[in-house]
Design a binder for this molecule. Structure first.
Ligand code: SF4
Ligand code: SF4
Length: 496
């Protein structure tokens, strides 16, 4: 455990006392020169960084219309101030969404508005100096791009877009964040965030097959690089080994097995995550997405299905077709892409899976809506499907399901505290404190319904909760994959 105080869980959420500068020292490690350069960014802070940064801001507000609208339309109504989990957990006023936006907006105003150019002090416009740049690095790495604040803003101003723009500017002047930059580099060269090479992946999957066979007596396959399979599954690479993720992968395999669907993983595109989103960089996001297209073509699959990963689904659902399409070589009867929850939900609805919810009777389950799925995507091609489908899959798999408080789920959900490229140990204090609102909601449902497990469909959420739950008195294994519930409930062999 680290050297900071874990916030106390209150019976009811409280707006914290303002603590100026409370998180001013929290900043992630910067990327090494070679890591930056591998992604097309300068290795370190360049001499003319100020001119380059100002020009980049101009380019971004010209290119992304939404960004300019967000920067121009805030009326400082204050509706967003107490909606960010990082403010609620830290009390640092720079973690109020409007204040975070203002770090960027004040610079934009200085160089790109008439009033800011001529009367900067009158309109709160600031020069972009080294102190401001450092402040950007600090506080734009205290935003998980979760978009909760935008739900409560009367204008829908999305701080996540401003954070992405700020990070893009930082990268372009040579000050990237190590965690994100390093991971994107690994995907470009090896195909996944972990840097797990093909042979090691094949070995891991072989071991998984043996484990499942030993446990169930049934040969469930976990194939990789099998040409001609119908489905290409793109899971987050955490699914390949870590708890509780791997139990989700076991569940996907059982679903495909039981439904008689042929499927494969790809060693070339063995990663659903796309951290290009987190750093706001289109070129890197596209390059990561293109690996999936290339793998689908190479393997000759007919469908692409994504595993349990929140931001990956956002990128896939919102952008995959424009980043890497057209996908006219796939089976037009299925959406491109599909989520594993959609596949499982459809199979359950059609009676193609036999589930015994009693197999999960020792579990009393709640569900954490992951931000990127809740606020930036859909499932099942219907409004609210991203809330309905996972819950229906859970209810079909276990007998004891209870939701957390209404203002903490669905589009109001709280971030786990580790999203948006913040899932790194150098930000542990931020991650623990940012998890506070979700932990309070969990505590309440534990008290009311004796909840034993919280299920999620996001690799980042699962990793984050496994790490931070012990800080709040929960066990790390109380976070589980939805497809673990499915996998444990599925009756293998009942249908072919
Ligand atoms: S996007 Fe999320 S993390 Fe960022 S300011 Fe808004 S509520 Fe906070
Ligand atoms: S809710 Fe919207 S308009 Fe109001 S202060 Fe926040 S960002 Fe500005």
């Amino acid at each position: 455990m680290a050297d900071f105080a874990t916030p106390e869980l209150k019976a009811y959420p409280e707006i914290p006392v303002i603590a100026f500068g409370a998180m001013a020292d929290s900043k992630p490690y910067t990327a090494k020169p070679e890591q930056q350069q591998a992604l097309g960014f300068p290795g370190e802070l360049i001499d003319d960084w100020q001119q380059v940064a100002i020009a980049k801001i101009g380019e971004l507000v010209g290119k992304y219309r939404g960004l300019r609208v967000f920067l121009d339309s805030c009326v400082k109504c204050g509706a967003c101030t107490d909606k960010c989990h990082f403010f609620l957990g830290t009390g640092d006023p720079n973690n109020m969404p409007v204040a975070r936006q203002e770090l960027f907006r004040s610079v934009y105003r200085r160089y790109y508005t008439f009033a800011g150019r001529h009367f900067p002090k009158l309109v709160g416009a600031r020069d972009l100096d080294r102190g401001v740049l450092d402040q950007w690095y600090t506080y734009f790495h205290q935003c998980s791009e979760c978009r909760r604040c935008s739900v409560f803003c009367p204008f829908g101003i999305d701080t996540a877009e401003i954070t992405m723009a700020a990070r893009e500017v930082l990268d372009c002047v040579g000050v990237g964040q190590k965690y994100c930059i390093e991971i994107i580099g690994k995907v470009h060269t090896i195909g996944n965030n972990l840097g797990l090479p093909g042979p090691a992946l094949a070995n891991t999957l072989e071991g998984l097959e043996e484990d499942v066979e030993e446990e169930t007596g049934v040969t469930v396959r976990y194939p990789v690089d099998e040409k001609g399979a119908e489905i290409l599954l793109i899971p987050p690479s955490a699914d390949f080994f870590a708890e509780p993720h791997v139990d989700g992968l076991i569940g996907y395999g059982k679903v495909f097995h039981q439904a008689g669907l042929s499927w494969t993983l790809s060693s070339y595109a063995s990663e659903a995550a796309n951290f290009g989103l987190f750093i706001g960089n289109y070129e890197n996001m596209r390059k990561v997405a293109l690996r999936i297209r290339e793998a689908a073509l190479d393997l000759g699959v007919k469908r692409i299905v994504f595993g349990e990963c929140g931001h990956a689904w956002r990128v896939a659902y919102c952008f995959l077709n424009t980043l890497a399409g057209p996908f006219d070589f796939l089976d037009p009867r299925y959406p491109v892409p599909q989520h594993i929850i959609e596949v499982t939900h459809d199979l359950i609805s059609r009676g193609a899976l036999t589930l015994d919810p009693g197999a999960n009777d020792e579990r009393r389950v709640t569900f954490h809506d992951s931000c990127n799925i809740a606020r930036a995507s859909r499932m099942g091609n219907r409004p609210g499907g991203q809330f309905i489908l996972p819950r229906e899959v859970i209810r079909a798999s276990c007998n004891h399901f209870f939701d957390m408080a209404a203002d903490t789920i669905h589009e109001n959900t709280f971030c786990c505290g580790g999203g948006g490229g913040l899932l790194t140990d150098d930000l542990m204090e931020l991650r623990v404190k940012g998890a506070l609102p979700r932990m309070e909601a969990l505590q309440e449902v534990v008290r009311r319904h004796g909840i034993t497990h919280m299920a999620a469909i996001c690799a980042i959420c699962k990793t984050q909760f496994a790490k931070v739950m012990p800080y709040y008195g929960f066990d790390m294994d109380q976070i589980i994959s939805v497809h673990q519930l499915v996998g444990d409930a599925i009756v293998l062999g009942a249908k072919q």
